[in-house]
Design a protein around this ligand. Structure first.
Ligand code: GAL
Length: 424
């Protein structure tokens, strides 16, 4: 099994790690130059900050000479951070390291010569074997590797409040079989006077849209959207957009003012029945002492069972890092078993390394581990795996217009135009 590893094996690895100071050359990490290490992320608040804090704790333990400096910029999915980062990189003011998604998003930074090839680090530390081949493929561009993955998240997850469903006469133990069955439930919930589906600002809408495209098209045709082999003007894509429009008609009207924690909170508070969000949402439920399976339930977005809509966060070595040794130390913490374990347990994600002990993970994460090991894996649009930033920005623009005007025909044309110009 992909994540199988004996406790004895883990203990031996922990000892080995301790002996080399967390993967470095000496007890204080690979370099001991010390100084500030600014880490740029969008994990600025709430449950996401809790994940970052867990990682920082390991970093500080492994590298007592370095000082972690939190360069986080708030806004889910990097909705603000990516712009701030872009202007810092343009003015040659990079942080020591920054968060970027594995996959097409990395190519933006590579093409602009903003991040360094760190293949040597992979060879020196044996990381080529530590990460799964499909993830290595997303990290590798022209035989070079540019970042170290910290975690793997699943995007196509529905979060449900069973009490709200039961009260509306819907069997919460039985997830809807497909998109049509789900839409029928949303109608019933609407008649019962609750918000059927909670959602937030633009990027959360793109997130929902990608899962509906996946549901309607299936894994292969969905993947084909990103290389031009699936026609954006096809009846299947149009049907998906129509479903998306229907789903959006059952969402809260204050959506544009909410980031994901607010939208997920509506389900937690019983003000909404469902929310579609990546599995960082797991921590929001857990932090409020809710139990998976009883207080909340999860299932793949209807029609996407057997598919893992994938994204991974990773960290980079920028050119002109203000502290290259400090960056190296951070990347080594990210890759270490201890770092992966601490971070992922706290973040709702699963480890990018295949050799860490999975048994400690709570119930929801066990489902993600199982799904990642067995399901078809596809790339997330909203989280940088499927397309470069420019294409995602263009999609976000047309999705945002739809939120304002509800014009599904304009959304269909807009998505096709955006695809055509970005595939040129
Ligand atoms: C994703 C990121 C996740 C999580 C989420 C919400 O893009 O990969 O780790 O932070 O945004 O902010």
């Amino acid at each position: 099994m992909r994540y199988a590893r004996s406790i004895a094996g883990l203990a031996a690895a922990a000892l080995a790690l301790a002996a080399c100071g967390g993967g470095g050359d000496d007890a204080s990490g690979s370099g001991n130059g010390g100084g500030d290490v600014e880490v740029f992320t969008w994990w600025a608040e709430g449950s996401e900050k809790a994940g970052l804090d867990a990682l920082v704790e390991v970093f500080e333990e492994q590298n007592p000479d370095y000082t972690f400096v939190n360069g986080a910029v708030a806004g889910g999915a990097g909705s603000n951070a990516k712009n701030v980062l872009a202007s810092r990189l343009q003015t040659n003011d990079p942080p020591a390291t920054f968060q970027a998604h594995a996959g097409a998003e990395l190519t933006d930074y590579i093409e602009a010569n903003q991040i360094q090839d760190i293949s040597d680090m992979y060879e020196e530390n044996g990381w080529n074997e530590a990460f799964p081949p499909d993830l290595m493929e997303l990290l590798t561009v022209d035989d070079a590797i540019y970042s170290v993955p910290s975690n793997i998240h699943r995007a196509n997850v529905v979060w449900a409040n069973p009490d709200v469903l039961d009260e509306a006469g819907i069997d919460s133990a039985e997830p809807p079989a497909d998109m049509d069955a789900w839409i029928q439930q949303l109608e019933e919930l609407d008649s019962a006077g609750v918000t059927p589906l909670s959602i937030g600002m633009d990027w959360t809408q793109v997130h929902l849209l990608e899962t509906v495209l996946l549901s309607e098209l299936g894994a292969d045709a969905y993947q084909g959207l990103w290389d031009g082999s699936t026609d954006w003007s096809s009846p299947e894509v149009h049907a998906a957009v129509d479903d998306y429009a229907t789903l959006m008609s059952f969402t809260n009207t204050d959506r544009q003012n909410l980031d994901w924690p607010d939208a997920t909170q509506q389900v937690i508070d019983g003000n909404a029945a469902y929310n579609v969000m990546g599995d960082w949402a797991e921590v929001a439920f857990r932090e409020q002492d809710l139990e998976h399976g009883t207080d909340y339930t999860t299932f793949p977005v209807p029609g996407t069972d057997g598919v893992f809509d994938f994204l991974a966060d990773s960290f980079t070595m920028p050119y002109n890092s203000p502290n290259e040794e400090g960056t190296t130390a951070w990347l080594e913490t990210i890759a270490s078993e201890e770092g992966q374990q601490a971070f992922n347990l706290a973040k709702g994600s699963i480890p990018a390394r295949t050799d860490v002990d999975a048994s400690e993970y709570p119930a929801y994460q066990q489902t993600a581990i199982e799904s990642y090991a067995n399901d078809t894996i596809v790339s997330s649009l909203a989280h940088g795996s499927a397309t470069p930033v420019a294409w995602l920005t263009d999609v976000t623009e047309v999705v945002s217009q739809f939120s304002a005007n509800g014009d599904a025909e304009a959304l269909k044309t807009g998505l096709a135009d955006v695809a055509a110009s970005n595939l040129e």
